[in-house]
Design a protein around this ligand. Sequence first.
Ligand SMILES: Cc1ncc(COP(=O)(O)O)c(C=O)c1O
Length: 380
Amino acid sequence: MTDSDSLADRWREARPPVAGLHLDSAACSRQSLSVIAAAAQHARYEAEVGGYVAAEAAAPALDAGRAGFAALAGMPDAEVVFTTGALNALDLLLGGWPAEHKTVACLPGEYGPNLAMLLAHGFDRQLLPTLDDGRVALDDAALALQTDPPDFVHLTAVASHTGVVQPVAMIARLCSELGLPLVVDAAQALGQVDCAAGADVTYSTSRKWIAGPRGVGVLAVRPDLMERLSPRLAPPDWAPQSTVAQQLEFGEANIAARVGFSVALGEHLALGPDAVRARLAELGSISRSLLADVPGWAVVEEAEEPSAITTLASLDDADPQAVRAWLLAERRILTTYVGVPRAPLELSAPRLRISPHADTTTADLESFAEALIAATAAVA
Ligand SMILES: Cc1ncc(COP(=O)(O)O)c(C=O)c1O
């Protein structure tokens, strides 16, 4: 038995049996039985002792979750705020951003809803140069950032529409040399690639590669930057004093989901982030080599791209949405339809995406390749 087999087995055995084939962790992964139990137990405790008493009792578990995220982001001294997801984290951050002139540099492959959020907060966008696959062109980007420095750089470490992994550590070094704050969207990267680059801000979501519950996310901010944020909902004079982080986190929340997320972060750390990353990169490479010869589709990523996300572009007009629906209805294979709005400045046509987690086997991926051939013929 190889190390990846045992990790795959542990990941599988920790979860309820899957109905069909789940190749959709980049959308929403499968929670473990312990994560489900922790959230359910918290809800039960709320019923027994009261929601606010239960929340106080959960504080150490939530602090462990915050510390786990800060460690994975390489920001051990960061202040960490729970949110309802990644987009909510960005909204909270931008709502309190200190700059008068609001300019941001990002990549053309930026996640569509993030672009909309930046626009909604009045940020002017500057696009950084990339290579053909959407990866940042580092030297050209350095020149662009030096010539026309934005207020901050926003980097989506792994996007929603491609498995290309951006060189986060190198961009972090560049931004630090240029004195530019770096904000990293780690929604697709957390748990899948190394995010410990020490950005100024890292935010993410629970339900993807960390396999926590839905409806919860996290925002980590370096203390000095946190102090300069002015949350939209500033505390009135008559309210008790609160820190900026407390102001950002203020409001009703699903504490059970936060508890579940914290447990999922703990499980990820216990499994070993390096081992999980290696397994996911291995699955990406197996997927791409198996799919390379499927007629009518082009694999978008390089075979060795170190992520488990593989996207397929249709060469013969097979509609990825119809193919996804066929795979689910006829074979119970869960994939993703990636529409152009996910990356409106980079995508010109929709794609089909698979994103297998650690328990997926080579046989599963072979079944998918065979089913994709059948689906393509069926929807033609
Ligand atoms: C790259 C990226 N950023 C942000 C988000 C938004 O995450 P959430 O739905 O938790 O707000 C997603 C969700 O798919 C994503 O893929």
